[in-house]
Design a protein around this ligand. Structure first.
Ligand SMILES: [Zn+2]
Length: 102
């Protein structure tokens, strides 16, 4: 779980992967910026899911948004690469056939 320290006085926000790190950042911030006096409204709290999604890139699409022509559990259509492979094989076979002595 990610944790956030928010200073209500100067709006400084730091994010941490452990709650202990967030409290350390709180103490360091208060000592360095506010001369040891606890600012009003400072808090350490876990990040919400919305905040975790923010800035981390778009969320992965849900399977519910999958296009309807794709049946779940089946791989995407392989028609393009398969057709190209068949054409290459036919061309190779044709080239070998043309090399045969007549
Ligand atoms: Zn502050």
């Amino acid at each position: 779980m990610s944790w956030r320290y928010l200073c209500g006085a100067c709006r400084t926000v730091t994010e941490h992967s452990h709650v202990g790190e967030a409290y350390v950042a709180q103490r360091e911030h208060i000592a360095a910026v506010h001369h040891g006096r606890t600012p009003e409204g400072d808090e350490v709290r876990p990040l919400t899911d919305e905040e975790l999604g923010y800035g981390g890139g778009p969320p992965l699409p849900s399977p519910a948004y999958r296009p309807h022509h794709e049946k779940p559990g089946q791989p995407p259509s392989q028609g393009g690469p398969f057709l190209a492979l068949m054409i290459v094989l036919v061309l190779i076979g044709w080239g070998l056939y043309s090399l045969l002595p007549r």
